[in-house]
Design a protein around this ligand. Sequence first.
Ligand SMILES: Nc1nc2c(ncn2[C@@H]2O[C@H](COP(=O)(O)OP(=O)(O)OP(=O)(O)O)[C@@H](O)[C@H]2O)c(=O)[nH]1
Ligand SMILES: [Mg+2]
Length: 471
Amino acid sequence: MVIGTIADTLTRSVENVTDTVTGAFFDPVIRIGVTGLARSGKTVFLTSLIANLLDRGRMPGLLAAADGRIQAAYLQPQPDDTIPRFEYEDHLAALTARVPHWPDSTRNISELRLSLRVRPSGLLAGLQGPRTVHLDIIDYPGEWLLDLALMDKSYSEWSQDTLSRLGNRASAADFLALAGSEDSMQVLDETRARRLAQSFTAYLDAARQDGFSDLTPGRFLLPGELSGSPVLTFAPLPVREDAPRKSLWREMDRRYEAYKSQVVRPFFRTHFARLDRQIVLVDALGAIHKGPAAIEDLRRTLADLLLAFRPGRNAFLSQLLRGKRVEKILFAATKADHLHHSQHGRLTAIMEALIRDARDRARFAGADTQAMSLASLRATVEETMQHQGRTLDCVRGTLLDTGREAAFYPGDLPEDPMQLLGPARAGADTWLDQDYRIMDFAPAPLSLKPGVGPPHIRLDRAAQFLIGDRL
Ligand SMILES: Nc1nc2c(ncn2[C@@H]2O[C@H](COP(=O)(O)OP(=O)(O)OP(=O)(O)O)[C@@H](O)[C@H]2O)c(=O)[nH]1
Ligand SMILES: [Mg+2]
């Protein structure tokens, strides 16, 4: 046993002893990551989760809440001074305004600490007073996890991979022409470097619009305060191993390495490596609506994204984590209020199938995983209608674009998810025997009674899975 481990084990058992004997000496902290690709529903999820933990009237599936053991819940200053705070109040104000609207797109990392005062259960109930459990919740873009693939790749390898995938994408034509006309053996010219990076970023943007998600480097699309800095001023170029010093190729190589060491590595070290629990949100319904290519792309991207939870596959990450792992991962298909509840089971099966490959290969290094469908903020009510002699299970809500109310039938999801994933993988252009329609609904006006949070579907079950065992 190495000294470090002994010291570690000692402090940990001391922590446990004090925890059980004197109560709140070291308050337990659970760090929960909330992630997902752009528009997957992260901000709405976190806002509604916090509101429903503060006012727990709609959380019967969270056992500690149902048992009345959560005596108080309150927001506290977060422990990390350098991460922006999750703007809970602003987002909630948007969702609960007189004319409610969805919160703005966020595209950055943020954090919030919610503390719960909990009365212990079972045998300890009589011996111990209430304890405080801190939930440090960190919301970060799923695109950042895709950058993990860069850590084990050199600039040459990344360039080669990327350029080969771009070959048959129309949106990449301009960038490919520009990169092809460049002599990267010449001394770097900053204006040309910038033009290449801008053109590559324009391609990434267009590819995202087209529904592709294999878009690295992740920060090119969400640059934040790094916008225009040299770490974001590079692009893939045809490989020139013999390029001289100071050439465009060498400088791009250097910047790529700087991106890895100064942008990707710090994120994984300071944030990702410290997570205890994780929820991955997936807009599976949105992808089904877009068609087979979007589903196949989502499946592949999720497999890449989930590599971050199987550290054995990545030398950089294995070294960073040194055996520490995320204990629980929840995969949630969001916006389930677009479907009548009779179809929620099918949506969950599709969610499961989407991650099955990744799951079968490594079982996420022992993490406890579950798939679920949920709606963070329920914007619809269910309705059963007769249409041309058929009974249709519909949902009714206010349409976002017209502001008019409508009942609407989204289509029948198949019982067997392979009826969607199969054609998607085979490269089908459209779904054969179904048309899936997803409307954008506006959030419904709310009048909340005291002690009751915003309406949702299965948010309480999600919370039970993520933190129930620690309350
Ligand atoms: N009907 C319904 N729509 C939802 C729900 N959650 C999210 N949405 C829709 O999905 C959109 C995106 O949700 P956000 O929570 O902003 O997603 P995000 O992942 O934070 O998006 P970015 O910050 O842009 O990455 C919202 O504007 C809503 O239109 C839900 O529970 N029900
Ligand atoms: Mg957001």
